[in-house]
Design a protein around this ligand. Structure first.
Ligand SMILES: [Zn+2]
Length: 362
């Protein structure tokens, strides 16, 4: 048997090494905007919702990342306490959050509260903004992400970025189908470390916003303002969901009394999906006990199987996002370690079994 001294290791990359290298990309050098963190967060979310085999490459449309970046900045462009609208970059001129703020203002003028509602009500406007933001992502964070800190380009271990540049043109983007391609194994690796990486990305994001704004931003509520689950106004769906459940808690079946909570079945802190399929009405007891824990598989299956949701989506102008929820469930249950506690009821947990993820396979 021969050994290959300098040969690169075969097989898919080690997820922990990928996670560490991603963290290094952001930890190196001073971040002049939150765009790189935003695009990386979007990339992780995309991978979570599009499960890939361990060694597979994954084509990621930049416009999909743009859509996610809009959703990330959407709550953040509200005025924050006395500080007003927060700065997210150090340069002057039109910023990504400026573009999102214009969209949000237009949505609110039309009585709409989420990016998904705006997409449904004004597809042309949404598509135009998505294009503009996708181009900005290609020219800035996607181009710069893997070249941090040094004059020599780094090793593009996430995706081939050799065709990207600061002034990348529409024609060049067309030639690449407005997509980047994650190298073999990267998508699955990012999903494996998502639970570790996402809180780190959020904390850096908070630190950057604090630094880019005045000292008065030393506010303990900043993290919740930027990333809290209440960032989307779920009021419009509360009553309809409770009615659909005949006034009973989705999880325990007890009668819903005064405080009806809208709960994200797949925890919002793990996958940012606000579609109706991921939302249920719950009592305070269950909602608070469940918190950010993954729920028992049966809860998710039951949420996915609700056919009567379809009738709500139209009148509420609120998308179902069944595919997003299914993809995210396949990822979360397919990659969390066996034995992970799954919340069934207050004080009652199942343990994740190998193969639970396959129950959500497309
Ligand atoms: Zn309950």
């Amino acid at each position: 048997m021969s050994t290959h001294g300098d040969a690169p290791p075969a097989g898919p990359p080690d997820p922990l090494e990928v996670g560490a290298r991603v963290a290094e990309l952001l930890a190196t050098g001073r971040r002049a905007s939150t765009y790189k963190i935003a695009v990386l967060t979007a990339l992780v979310q995309h991978c979570l919702e599009h499960p890939a085999a361990p060694g597979a490459a994954l084509r990621v449309p930049i416009e999909d990342l743009a859509e996610r970046v809009v959703e990330l900045y959407w709550p953040q462009v509200r005025p924050f306490a006395r500080a007003g609208v927060l700065r997210q970059n150090e340069q002057d001129g039109r910023s990504l959050p400026d573009a999102v703020r214009e969209l949000r203002t237009a949505a609110e003028a039309a009585g709409l509260s989420t990016p998904a509602q705006l997409r449904a009500a004004d597809p042309a406007r949404s598509a135009h903004a998505r294009r503009e933001i996708a181009r900005t992502l290609a020219q800035q964070p996607l181009f710069a992400l893997q070249r941090t800190g040094t004059t020599a380009p780094g090793t593009p271990f996430l995706y081939d970025d050799t065709w990207l540049r600061r002034k990348v043109t529409v024609a060049e983007l067309d030639a690449h189908d407005w997509s980047i391609e994650l190298r073999p194994g990267i998508a699955a690796a990012l999903v494996r470390v998502a639970g570790l990486l996402q809180p780190v990305l959020q904390q850096w994001w908070v630190d950057d916003v604090r630094r880019m704004n005045a000292t008065e931003l030393d506010d303990p509520g900043l993290h919740g303002f930027l990333f809290g689950a209440d960032r989307t106004d779920l009021t419009p769906v509360r009553r309809p969901l409770a009615d659909l459940q005949r006034g009973r808690c989705f999880y325990c079946g007890e009668r819903l009394r005064e405080a009806v909570h809208v709960d994200h079945v797949l925890p919002w802190s793990r996958v940012a999906v606000d579609g109706l399929v991921n939302l249920v009405a719950a009592d305070a007891r269950c909602n608070l006990a469940k918190s950010a824990t993954l729920p028992a598989v049966e809860h998710v299956e039951r949420a996915l199987q609700r056919d009567d949701l379809d009738a709500l989506a139209g009148p509420l102008r609120w998308p179902l996002e069944r595919e997003r929820v299914t993809g995210a469930a396949a990822s979360l249950y397919g990659t969390s370690p066996a034995g992970t506690p799954l919340w069934r009821a207050p004080g009652v947990f199942d343990l994740l079994r190998p193969g639970d993820g396959a129950r959500f396979a497309a």
